[in-house]
Ligand binder design. Structure first.
Ligand code: C2E
Ligand code: CA
Ligand code: CA
Length: 573
């Protein structure tokens, strides 16, 4: 079983290093054409008289040259396309004619055949020259191709060869594991002992692993490659179980960790292994490379010694989070966080104000969804900077569009983290002063979960906000399961019913009753109620009936850039 796999790997490499041959059918066609041409050459030479095509008379004898040239072209093509085989077959065909030519000329004394005899000799010389010249070019091409698939230092296959092998496995639907290996502390060998010693270590590891793979002692079919620097790659296949795979990996680890002696110096190497599997993780070989690398990077982060880690989707999540964090930091530093405004209306479709929503673009100009970057910003503590930036920008907008005397409201989202910051109140005040905005026109949206998680301190903060004169809305109301007693002590002005309840509202009577109940509770507590995520006219109708005060949703307006928002305001006037 192992040998079978070995030859498969070998075959892939051979396939890589050889030109694709022309199809067999072309070979047969050329040989047949050669025979036909030869037959007609002989026939034309022997036939007296004239052939008339249309009005043109053509002597049969003059056609000999045409057919013999056709035959010659066939043998030249055979040599060019099929190299050695083509050459020897052509040679055999040409030599086969000699006895007949000799008998014809010297026994039957038909001296007209003498030019044909010499033509045959010349064409043999020609194809021999072509064959040897072609062989030189082919060898040169082959050596270039070999270089393209092998790593010079160690003689191992390179990344390109790995890609080819993986594609071959995937094509034949054969299970395999791709393992990215990175040596630990290799740089210190280079730095202290010089590159020469470093190269020898890399070669020694390559030799050991290549021997191990060839010995078939691992019980699996293995392919060892060097990717770059101190990075290797193993492609392991034909393992019956995960345990067999682990055993195989352990064999490579053990082989690596044996003492390496170079120029009388002993080295003890360790490495990190990260792996991904086909078909479990992906059926694209580039993705598998990337996944194995992800696992490798993750395992590199922790501790020393040899360690192995299998890829999992969580790793991608962690990487994506890091990537987004980097993008947020860049956007904050370059001042490229911006905002959109979503209109809020009363039930008569009169504009009440806008909610400011943070926006961020990716390097390619596409939007990164707040659902992706807000949670990362919250986790990494960058959210307060985003909140403040959006507030500052939106306050500037409010000042621009309506002058200080308008009663248009601006709702801003404030995260728990931002709210709890010691200088939160000062920051808010500063923005209001800068843009000359009356605090009554600002509504701070705080999620319901704050009341549950950090009630005491939050309440104190909210009091301070109220004392400043700003309004407070409880965002995503209904999702946080806060108790009525909390709600009662929460000094807010507005309840924002979460979109999930509005989505359900028209699907069952009980859902509608639930929304109606929230609105009633809000009114009992002397709060206004706004419904979020309203998408249909039916929902608007129902909300009117059950006494909702305001509406925010795609039905009457999506979040828009500030220019569009100001056009909306002008249209209202
Ligand atoms: P949110 O505060 O509940 O904001 C409302 C979200 O619902 C917005 O999504 C808005 O575009 C979306 N929306 C409004 N009407 C509809 C509708 O009819 N249908 C649907 N399908 N969606 C609707 P967005 O802008 O993606 O924001 C998502 C969340 O990100 C916000 O939810 C908020 O929690 C957070 N966020 C956005 N900007 C900021 C910010 O500046 N600071 C903080 N702390 N959080 C922010
Ligand atoms: Ca909100
Ligand atoms: Ca909300």
């Amino acid at each position: 079983m192992v040998r079978k796999g070995k030859t498969k790997i070998d075959r892939t490499l051979v396939k890589l290093s050889l030109n694709k041959e022309a199809p067999k059918s072309a070979f047969i066609l050329l040989v047949m054409l050669y025979f036909i041409a030869t037959f007609f050459t002989a026939y034309a030479a022997r036939t007296q008289g004239v052939l008339t095509i249309g009005d043109i008379p053509i002597a049969y004898a003059s056609l000999t040259g045409v057919f013999s040239m056709l035959g010659n072209i066939c043998v030249i093509c055979l040599v060019m396309l099929f190299r050695k085989v083509g050459y020897f077959v052509s040679l055999a065909l040409l030599l086969f004619q000699f006895p007949m030519l000799v008998i014809n000329t010297f026994v039957r004394h038909n001296y007209a055949g003498i030019p044909g005899f010499f033509t045959n000799v010349l064409i043999i010389v020609a194809i021999t020259i072509i064959f040897f010249a072609n062989r030189k070019i082919t060898r040169y091409q082959q050596s270039i191709r070999d270089q393209a698939v092998t790593d010079r230092l160690t003689g191992l296959p390179n990344r390109f060869a790995c890609g080819e092998l993986m594609q071959d496995y995937i094509k034949h639907n054969e299970r395999f594991t791709v393992v990215s290996v990175d040596l630990n502390n290799f740089k210190s060998i280079n730095d202290t002992m010089g590159h020469h010693a470093g190269d020898k270590v890399l070669k020694e590891i390559a030799d050991r692993w290549m021997n191990l793979a060839d010995s078939a002692k691992t019980g699996t079919v293995d392919f060892v490659a060097r990717i770059s620097g101190d990075e290797y790659l193993l492609i392991i296949s034909e393992y019956g179980s995960e345990t067999a795979l682990e055993d195989s990996l352990n064999a490579y680890k053990a082989e690596l960790e044996k003492k390496i002696t170079i120029d009388d110096c002993d080295y003890y190497m360790t490495a990190c292994f990260g792996y991904a599997q086909y078909p479990e993780h992906s059926d694209d070989y580039n993705t598998l490379f990337a996944y194995a690398d992800s696992a490798l990077h993750e395992v590199k982060k922790s501790g020393s010694g040899s360690r192995v880690l299998k890829f999992s989707q969580d790793l991608l999540h962690a990487e994506k989070t890091l990537e987004i964090e980097r993008k947020i930091r860049t956007a904050l530093n370059n001042n490229t966080i911006f905002f959109h405004l979503q209109p809020q209306y009363d039930m008569n479709h009169k504009l009440r104000g806008f909610e400011a929503l943070a926006r961020m673009k990716d390097d390619d100009g596409s939007f990164i969804s707040p659902a992706d970057f807000i949670p990362v910003a919250e986790k990494t503590g960058l959210i307060d900077r985003i909140d403040l930036r959006v507030f500052d920008l939106a306050a500037g907008f409010l000042n621009d569009i309506s002058g200080a005397d308008s009663d248009l409201m601006l709702s801003v989202n404030v995260s728990v983290r931002h709210l709890m910051k010691n200088n939160f109140i000062e920051e808010m005040k500063k923005v209001l002063e800068t843009h000359n905005i009356a605090p009554e026109r600002i509504e701070v949206e705080i999620t319901e979960s704050i009341m549950i998680d950090s009630a005491e301190k939050a309440l104190q903060r909210i009091d301070e906000i109220k004392q400043m004169g700003m309004k407070v809305a409880i965002d995503d109301f209904g999702t946080g399961y806060s108790s009525l007693s909390y709600l009662n002590s929460f000094p807010s002005d507005m309840l924002k019913i979460d979109k999930s309840f509005i989505d359900q509202m028209n699907l069952s009577d009980s859902s509608k009753q639930y929304v109606a109940m929230i609105i009633s509770i809000g009114h009992v507590l002397d709060l206004k109620v706004i419904s979020e995520g309203v998408e249909s006219a039916d929902q608007v109708e129902v909300l009117k009936k059950i006494g909702c005060d305001y509406i925010q949703g795609y039905v009457w307006g999506r979040p828009v850039p500030p220019e569009e928002a100001s056009a909306l305001v002008k249209a209202e006037k």
